[in-house]
Design a binder for this molecule. Structure first.
Ligand code: NAP
Ligand code: GCO
Length: 259
């Protein structure tokens, strides 16, 4: 039986791929045969990412690009298409979070989170879709969140963005499924990356809380997302569209331990 999970011959763009979840997903794609391109917001971070990929013997190409800048994103995609090839797989991974009580959050900060976590995935998907259509298909994977389904104190902007990203995922699936383009989401649980480092400070109450809310009784690791990402990037998922695959250790299924 042919390997449905092979990414041989595919070009994958992972936004914000210098480290964290993006780096783990891109590394897995490289192991499955894909050619990796990634971007980050400044040269220093891109260079650190290139060093990290090189340490893993991955020949990635890095581009400096703020994903909220539509003109820059268009230029980056055109450059990738010239230098590497048509993008077969897009992972909209770049993201930020601001943990501030809503009543204390300036509207500008709210808009900034929406820009990066929701508008940017729209911008980047819009930039890669035309060539995917011409090529006869493609894969778009949006990195959603527990906050695509749940709220919690201090993350109003992030939850609004990730909830919107779930519906953008479904809409891209609806609008472009006829072109053999599958758009799905991955909803990570609580993963050990720089983004959640403040919540994992020794003695932080959130650390014990998350472990109590997770049937797997542990924080996720970026590597936990690699298999699900390969599945959604490969032909194994050619009839999966508009789906958010939660990789959360069971959080969404669990009411919580009886006190
Ligand atoms: P992270 O450690 O903060 O990494 C995010 C990456 O995105 C960084 O490389 C960051 O670069 C980049 N980025 C931010 N804004 C950007 C912009 N405007 N243009 C280009 N790149 C930009 O986050 P992570 O934990 O790996 O999370 C990656 C994705 O998974 C995010 O979308 C996040 O919301 C989502 N997620 C995370 C978790 C979790 O528990 N960690 C769970 C669910 C979903 P800088 O270094 O310059 O900021
Ligand atoms: C938070 C966390 C979460 C995770 C992730 C969960 O403050 O609640 O940062 O938002 O990043 O999105 O899926």
């Amino acid at each position: 039986m042919r390997n449905q999970f092979s990414l041989e011959g595919r070009v994958a763009l992972v936004t914000g791929g210098s480290y964290g979840i993006g780096f783990a997903i891109a590394s897995a794609f490289a192991g499955a045969g894909a050619t990796i391109v990634f971007n980050d917001i400044n040269r220093e971070i891109v260079d650190k990412g290139l060093e990290a990929y090189a340490l893993d013997n991955i020949k990635a190409r890095g581009y400096v690009c703020d994903v909220t800048d539509e003109d820059r994103v268009k230029d980056m995609v055109a450059c990738i298409e010239r230098e590497v090839g048509i993008i077969d797989i897009l992972v909209n991974n770049a993201g930020i979070i601001r943990r501030v009580p809503m009543t204390e959050m300036p509207a500008g900060d709210f808009r900034n989170v929406i820009d990066v976590d929701l508008v940017a995935p729209f911008i980047v998907a819009k930039a890669v879709l035309p060539s995917m259509i011409k090529k006869g298909g493609g894969k778009i994977i949006n990195i959603c969140s527990m906050m695509s389904e749940l709220g919690r104190e201090t993350v109003s902007a992030y939850a609004a963005a990730k909830g919107g990203l779930k519906m953008l995922t479904r809409n891209i699936a609806s609008e472009y499924g006829a072109y053999n383009i599958q758009c799905n989401g991955i909803g990570p649980g609580y993963i050990s990356t720089p983004q959640t480092a403040p919540l994992r400070e020794p003695g932080h109450p959130f650390d014990a809380f998350i472990i109590s809310k997770t049937p797997a009784a542990r924080w996720g690791m970026p590597e936990d997302l690699q298999g699900p990402a390969i599945f959604l990037a490969s032909e194994a998922s050619d009839f999966v569209n508009g789906h958010i695959l939660y990789v959360d250790g069971g959080i969404l299924a669990y009411i919580g331990k009886q006190p």
